[in-house]
Structure formats: structure tokens, C-alpha cells
Write a new protein. Structure first.
Length: 232
């Protein structure tokens, strides 16, 4: 059996120059450290864990922000975000809301590429995933990625220059398997991303594009067509 993975468009998702990146940040009036996450905000994405960890991060680094890109039209992400925020204590909820940027509308791929490039780190503490295209796109844009260790992103995220979150495998009552990311480790990795910002970003920019280039749509298409040809 051959598994054909998802891919990305390197013409859109790539590393901008520092001047281009700064221009994108200036347009958004960003002068702080910015985490970003892109998902439908379903329970498997671990957004509840992300918000809890971010509340902890703010106590040490109050000048940081978190941007979460949801999809209101498809997943009713805004409603789900409200539920996650309600689970936080009153003090943490207030602190997070003040530093949270939520985007629920549809945007173009070019706008998504700009979102990755204006950020300082991508964070995805998922419990289960089929692939996780946003993490791949973020890596292609040179972002250090904080990710759940043991999942599908291990295929294209290297812990030598990205930031894995330790996790334990769990089994639900119906026998389904999922990963349980460690909240303490998630918090530590987010803090490390801030305190070692330059080192993490430079390593990601240097090594990540080389690893993910095999997941460009051109390479994935070649692999698919070759498999079809071999089977005909």
C-alpha cells in the first residue's frame, strides 16, 4: 500500500525576506511575539490546551499574542472558541481575551501565507490528526512549529529545529486511540519559543524548507502519477 500525503504550494508558502516580513507585521501593528494556530477548532485540535498554556505564558511574557484562525462557515469555530474560553478561570479568561486575535472568515492562500510570515511560532497541540496541512505550510514559511510528538506531523517536522510536545497515548471507551499532549511541556515549549526566538527561527529557516520540499504539490503529484502508471 502506498500513502500519498497532502502537500503545499511553494510559490505561496515560502520564507519572506526580513524586510518583507517586517512590512507585513507593520501593516498589522505587531511589535510583540505572535503565536498562530489554524484549525476548525474541533476538540481533537487541542485548542483548550493551547488557551490554558497561553494563559500561563502570559504570566511570564505578557507582551505576547495568540492568533487563532478558525472557519466559522464550515465548523462554527467562533462558537467553539467561546466554549473553550468559558472553561478558563475568570482571571485567565480575561488575560487571554485581551491578547487573543480570532479570525473566523475565509481568507485567500496568499493571506494565509502572510499570516504565517508575520508570526513568530506556529503551535498545534493536537490530540489526533489525519495530516495537519497548516503545520506543513507554517514550516515551509520558516516558522518554528510547536507540535504534538507522536502524530502525523513527525513525518515533516524535525525536533532538532522544531519544538515537540511530549504526549501519552490514550484509549477512549469505544477503543479509539488519541494523543494526550502534556500541558506543562506545551507551556515550556511556548516559553522557549519566546526566550530563544532568534535561535529557533534561524534553525527553522535553515533546515525546514529542505525537509518539506518533498511535500510540494508538484512532488506529491509526481508520486501519484508514477504510482498510477506502475499499476496500469
Amino acid at each position: 500500500m502506498l500513502v500519498i500525503p497532502h502537500g503545499f504550494d511553494p510559490e505561496l508558502f515560502n520564507i519572506k525576506t526580513e524586510s518583507q516580513r517586517q512590512s507585513i507585521r507593520d501593516e498589522r501593528r505587531l511589535s510583540c511575539f505572535l503565536f498562530v494556530n489554524v484549525s476548525g477548532l474541533s476538540d481533537n485540535k487541542g485548542i483548550d490546551l493551547l488557551l490554558s498554556a497561553f494563559a500561563r505564558v502570559l504570566k511570564k511574557h505578557p507582551n505576547s499574542k495568540l492568533c487563532i484562525k478558525g472557519s466559522d462557515a464550515v465548523y462554527r469555530s467562533k462558537e467553539q472558541m467561546g466554549l473553550y474560553l468559558e472553561r478558563l478561570g475568570e482571571h485567565d479568561r480575561k488575560a487571554v481575551i485581551e491578547k487573543l486575535v480570532y479570525v473566523g472568515n475565509q481568507v485567500s492562500n496568499a493571506e494565509m501565507a502572510n499570516l504565517y510570515n508575520c508570526a513568530d511560532a506556529y503551535v498545534c497541540p493536537y490530540r489526533c490528526e489525519g495530516f495537519n496541512i497548516p503545520a506543513l505550510e507554517a514550516a515551509a514559511c520558516g516558522l518554528p512549529v510547536i507540535f504534538t510528538k507522536g502524530g502525523p506531523t513527525d513525518e515533516f517536522l524535525n525536533p532538532s529545529y522544531h519544538l515537540p510536545i511530549s504526549s501519552a497515548e490514550r484509549i477512549t471507551d469505544n477503543g479509539s486511540h488519541y494523543l494526550d499532549p502534556d500541558l506543562d511541556d506545551l507551556t515550556l515549549q511556548m516559553i522557549s519559543a519566546i526566550e530563544n526566538k532568534i535561535a529557533h527561527r534561524e534553525r527553522a529557516k535553515l533546515f525546514a524548507p529542505e525537509l518539506v520540499k518533498s511535500h510540494s504539490w508538484d512532488k506529491i503529484s509526481e508520486k501519484l502519477f508514477l504510482e498510477i502508471k506502475n499499476r496500469c
